[in-house]
Design a protein around this ligand. Sequence first.
Ligand code: SF4
Length: 286
Amino acid sequence: MKGKGIFLGLSAISLFVLVFMAIFLWYLVAPRLAQIHIGFPLLVGFAMALFALLVSLGLVLILVSTATERNLLFPGEYQLTVKVLFPIAVAVGKMLGISKDTVKRSFIQVNNGLVRSLRGKIDSRRVLLLLPHCLQNYTCIYKITATMENCRRCGQCVVGDLAKLAEKYGVVVSMATGGTLARRVIVETKPTAIVGVACETDLTSGIQDAYPIPVLGVLNRRPYGPCRNTTVDLMRVEEALRFFHNSRPLRAHKEEYRSEVHKSSAQHEGDESGLEENREFNKGQD
Ligand code: SF4
């Protein structure tokens, strides 16, 4: 099993174990249920089977959604994946001897697939590019945690190139020295979508903490070990920024257009022909 398959496989194993435990429990309590009413064991068994079927279907939909990047999820199923399935998959993976980082990498891939499946439904007007401090060259004297504008873009690390990417796509960029500061940045900047760069641990906890804000996660590279002089594949970061840039929903465009039209109307107050044009434009948008 590779990539997304590890997380989905572990989730399927968890489901299988839970169903087996439920059947065993039903077998134990069925005689007592029959004492209440003869048809009661059958009714409870049917309800449990229906629940197991729905959960199995949900897992299949997660699989298909991540593979095809089309949103086929039940309402609330993305939340279930992020908040419930992930901790179970880590626990089952531990029992099977699969490292936490392997499960986390797989979870990040599944999460990214699910976020991509929401294309066109994401409000991406305020995108935050959130970076870890370890990307900065360890010997650099400029303090960029306060503001990335202090970076001289000398080429000694990827920070300068990431700042250029943020400019190109018109997104807010911020650097955090840890999870607490990252959460504070999210509260202060109020993003509607996030591109996060970090290690497996910080990305998985960040994705969970930021929910329901959609996060596309890009893993950093650690040629000198963790937490010092790390780097990142700029093409992957740009691909994630481009996704949010292109997936801006029509509604957002519409509001911007309306705002522009409103400004234009104010400038040409009294000009009946201009107002008429704007009215026609608004009609076309509705
Ligand atoms: S690009 Fe240069 S100035 Fe900017 S953070 Fe890296 S080393 Fe410092």
